[in-house]
Design a binder for this molecule. Structure first.
Ligand code: ZN
Length: 252
């Protein structure tokens, strides 16, 4: 069985279309979406419609909840806050109702999904701050072998070793395939479709192949110029558009 997992689309239609095209060649049975469908880019409605038509299961991200007032945006950076305001004006009532109805976590086909962290997902913590959030606590918060997360826009696999005590972290920079070991457990950050921040500006998502016991990180080129052009044509700040082409590692 093969499953595609996407996250952090952030209203980037060009990136989403390119990723869905790539997924169509991956022989997957279903697509899971880990949230943040909206925010930052200029096509929230189009992305919402497309994700709803293609993904079998969708959970909420902090930006999705921010649009409907379910997240406190005082901790958002200026650009994120501005994008929330802009997106709130763009979406209609039924779109907002849908975002508001999204759950925070889910278990599907033996995998657990959350937007930020498996433990206290409503706090929108970042997996990259492992010392603060406590890896052991995070692994204790779900019982399945694998938990998929997004939120940081930086791909990484957090591994609980077979001895049940030690941890490891795998960064899929050059090596794009991750082999699963039945004796280990994993929190897999799948990266971002619409605003990668890990110095590779191509869209990122994963395919889980349960029979092969592998996770494939996919990187997909998309029309960055067009996506950036839509942001520039909106009333949102040019810096949000500039971020898309960046090959620098961006923290939040
Ligand atoms: Zn995000």
């Amino acid at each position: 069985m093969r499953i595609a997992v996407i996250s952090d689309i952030h209203a980037n239609l060009q990136a989403l279309e390119a990723v869905l095209k790539d997924i169509s060649k991956q022989k997957v049975e279903k697509i899971l979406c880990l949230g943040d469908i909206v925010g930052y880019n200029a096509n929230p409605s189009e992305c919402l419609a497309l994700v709803r038509s293609k993904a079998s299961n969708i959970i909420a991200g902090n930006h999705d909840y921010a649009i409907v007032g379910k997240t406190d945006i005082t901790e958002f950076n200026d650009h994120a806050r501005e994008a929330v305001r802009w997106t709130t004006e763009k979406l209609d009532i039924s779109e907002k109702k849908f975002l508001s109805s999204l759950p925070l976590t889910m278990t599907i086909d033996d995998v657990f999904i959350a937007h930020g962290t498996p433990k206290e997902p409503e706090k929108w913590r970042y997996m990259m701050f492992v010392n603060e959030i406590g890896l052991n606590e995070q692994f204790r918060a779900f019982s399945k072998q694998i938990c998929f997360v997004g939120h940081t826009h930086v791909p990484a696999v957090y591994i609980k070793k077979s001895d049940g005590k030690n941890f490891d972290i795998f960064y899929p920079d050059r090596e794009k395939t991750f082999e699963l070991d039945e004796r280990e457990r994993y929190i897999v950050n799948i990266g971002s479709v619409g605003q990668p921040r890990d110095s590779d500006n191509r869209s990122c998502y994963v395919v889980l192949d349960k029979n092969m016991k592998k996770i494939f990180y996919r990187r997909v080129e998309y029309n960055i110029k067009k996506a950036a052009g839509s942001i520039l044509a909106s009333s949102m700040k040019a810096e949000i558009a500039e971020k898309l082409a960046s090959r620098l590692f961006i923290i939040l």
